[in-house]
Design a protein around this ligand. Structure first.
Ligand code: SF4
Length: 247
């Protein structure tokens, strides 16, 4: 009896067809692979087990973790802020033609640290809400929904082009997703990403729903209605997915 229940549960959460991806191959993919290996770089693509590596690396795009493979949120954030600001400037000096998108934490709401990002003005500054208001405490233990909105507002008022994203499939309702879109539009976010949450290991939060691609398409329409200039919404969308197109 117990086995039947377990089997049924697993069956219910078997990954649907639309989440299956091809194994990465191809010339560009191999070129990026060898660069990453050769220079011992850390990419979120690999650390996050991203399903889009075939597509993104195949298009010559990868996303790097500036301070190595350690989550910056556990570090003292003064050092983090300085590290990021210096990295942006260093890239600008070495390669002035490179466009930069930085994904930043909320710096615990300390705006002098957010100001350091404004000072170096990357082409896009991204800070993810990750989920709707109600689920924030459960999904982002160290973060606060309104504090993230404040950070995005501060960046926008400082002249930055801002971007934010959420994962769906964590038990949120449609109304809650729309509320988050309204909140992001209100603080001037221009680019929004919406993707399916996938459970990285059994220790992480369980997937509550595999959101159908049609619903992602409806979310995209709703977001565009709210004035976002660019919206990526789909099962495999991650915050850095198609980043080269957002610039
Ligand atoms: S979506 Fe982002 S993390 Fe995933 S492979 Fe593409 S660049 Fe890397």
């Amino acid at each position: 009896m117990e086995n039947t229940v377990v089997e049924k549960k697993e069956e219910r959460f078997k990954k649907p067809e639309w989440l299956r991806v091809k194994l990465p191959t191809g010339e560009n993919y191999l070129k990026v692979r060898s660069l990453v290996d050769q220079h011992k770089l850390h990419t979120i693509c690999e650390s996050g087990n991203c399903p889009n590596m075939g597509e993104c690396w195949g298009a010559g795009t990868a996303t790097f973790m500036i301070l190595g493979n350690i989550c910056t949120r556990s570090c003292g954030f003064c050092a983090v802020a300085t590290g990021r600001a210096m990295t942006v400037n260093a890239i600008r000096q070495i390669s002035p033609g490179t466009t930069l998108e930085t994904l930043i934490p909320d710096f615990k709401g300390e705006m002098e640290n957010v100001q350091r990002i404004v000072d170096v003005m990357p082409e896009i500054v991204s800070h993810n809400m990750e989920t709707v208001r109600r689920l924030t405490r459960q999904v982002r233990i160290q973060a606060k929904y309104d504090r993230s909105l404040d950070v995005l507002k501060y960046l926008k008022e400082g002249g930055c082009r801002t971007k934010s994203g959420i994962m769906v499939g964590l038990g949120e309702s449609d109304a809650e997703v729309l509320e988050t879109m309204d909140d992001l539009a209100r603080v001037g976010v221009e680019i929004m990403t919406i993707g399916q949450y996938l459970q990285p290991t059994k220790k992480h939060l369980a997937v509550q729903e595999f959101v159908h691609p049609e619903k992602f398409a409806r979310y995209k329409e709703e977001a565009l209605k709210r004035g976002f200039r660019y919206v990526e919404s789909g099962p495999l969308v991650r915050s850095s997915y198609h980043a080269e197109q957002h610039i």
